[in-house]
Design a protein around this ligand. Structure first.
Ligand code: FES
Ligand code: FE2
Length: 441
């Protein structure tokens, strides 16, 4: 009975959010609701393509990393055949985590509880005292290997997993977003690598605030990041950068570009790198850059994988260098998120470039980066306000651009392109997708 009442409440809650979203509004309570968090776990994250990491984090057979989809832990390993495996990090005997560390290199995995041993591809190799404890051949090893993630996809070196065995293939899910993701991943023939290890930290803020920000919130930059801009860490000519930009809105993806000045348009990539990447982009992608916009800077792939490519200066006097970060917003609870942040760089770039890029990343979007701190302060604040009895029903205005902007007709790329980045088309698309996903049981 109790459960039934709760179900009705959930459906009523979704119906009221749907009504609000259709009017360009959103109830503040979505940013700190235990009911919504439970729904997201089962209906959204269990059925989405979740980013786990990059192939360069496990370059050699035996290398492994531990990664998470909400509460599920996975070992992402490189097996003896050099294949990437995504294994549920739970022993088939009593469920203990096989692997407690975050990264390493090993011959096989041995469970710390009773010592069952698994190969790098998850197959069961050895059961301690098998003959004496169970009898000869009593345990069929092939039935008791580690569970594999139901669905795994790798695109451009990026490893994703989906808990739904019937999910559409990753490439199909990415669809037209690949046209824009190429600008992040395909700048050089050598591809990308992770610099250092991903940085992680926990914030008392809802994951959706971060996704909402990266998918389309050019608008906050001139206020939230004003001090970073005036300090010179974010080298842009005016605080209004991104106002005169372009915002791309798709069902499952959004991104933004500036239309600012030559430095920002190249994101401070040196001319030889810019020329080399132009040769890799297709004619339509080059036609986009010919319109005088920057390389795509902020982006979010639904649900919680964000991208940022921008110029950063380690000190006000240092020449700006481009940096790129991939990040996931891993939900831990309502209003609580673990941020994972990778610094990505072209594998064949010079050591000098890599070092400058890493420093620009650290000062901007590392755990102690100024831009990161600016953003997290807002997200923490909103998540706390969202807990209030009265404030959780407060309707937020999501109508920016609705009455004044139409998609550009001469845009060479996919999706709807709007001629400003101070607008909220991509955010509205994110919320529609979020709601549609939660509505499916
Ligand atoms: S729980 Fe792993 S061997 Fe017993
Ligand atoms: Fe920001």
């Amino acid at each position: 009975m109790k459960q039934e009442a709760r179900l009705i409440n959930t459906e009523t809650l979704l119906a009221s959010i749907s009504e609000a979203i259709n009017k360009g509004e959103l109830p503040l309570g979505v940013f700190n609701s235990p009911e919504i968090f439970e729904l997201e776990k089962k209906r959204l994250f269990a059925k989405s393509w979740n980013y786990l990491g990059h192939v360069t984090e496990i370059p050699n057979p035996g290398d492994y990393i531990q990664r998470y989809i909400v509460d599920d832990s996975f070992i992402v390993s490189r097996d003896k055949e050099n294949e990437v495996q995504v294994l549920l990090n739970a022993c088939r005997h009593r469920g203990r985590k096989i692997c407690s560390v975050e990264k390493g290199s090993i011959k096989n995995f041995s469970c710390p509880y009773h010592g069952w041993v698994y190969d790098l591809d998850g197959s069961l190799l050895d059961v301690s005292y098998e003959e004496k404890g169970y009898g000869e051949d009593a345990i069929d090893h092939k039935d008791w290997g580690l569970m594999h993630a139901p669905n795994v996809g790798i695109w451009s070196g990026m490893i994703f997993a989906n808990l739904d065995p019937d999910a559409e293939p990753l490439e199909e899910y990415l669809g037209d977003a690949k046209w824009y993701l190429d600008f992040y991943t395909n700048k050089s023939e050598a591809g990308l690598e992770v610099l250092g290890v991903p940085q992680r930290w926990v914030v008392n803020a809802d994951w959706k605030l971060a996704a909402d920000n990266f998918v389309g919130d050019g608008y906050h930059t001139f206020i939230t990041h004003a001090s970073t801009i005036s300090a010179g860490t974010l080298p842009v000519p005016t605080g209004e950068f991104l106002l005169d930009g372009v915002q791309i809105s798709m069902d499952h993806f959004g991104t933004g570009m500036a239309r600012q000045d030559p430095l920002f348009n190249s994101l401070a990539y040196p001319p030889p790198m810019m020329e080399a990447m132009r040769k890799r982009f297709n004619p339509e992608q080059n036609a986009m850059l010919d319109q005088g916009v920057s390389l795509p800077t902020h982006a979010n792939l639904f649900p919680n994988l964000s991208f940022l490519n921008a110029p950063g200066a380690f000190t006000a006097k240092a020449p700006p260098a481009p940096y790129m970060t991939f990040r996931i917003w891993r939900p831990l609870a309502a209003g609580k998120t673990e941020i994972w942040s990778w610094c990505m760089v072209e594998k064949d770039a010079s050591d000098e470039f890599k070092q400058a890029s890493y420093k620009a990343y650290l000062i901007s979007f590392g755990a102690s980066g100024t831009l990161e701190q600016d953003d997290a302060e807002n997200w923490f604040n909103i998540s706390q306000v969202a807990k209030g009895t009265l404030s959780s029903d407060l309707l937020l205005n999501y109508t920016m651009g609705q009455k004044i902007l139409k998609p550009m007709s001469d845009w060479p790329g996919p999706g709807d392109a709007y001629p400003l980045d101070f607008t909220e088309f991509a955010q509205r698309a994110f919320w529609k997708k979020w709601l549609a996903t939660l509505e499916v049981e």
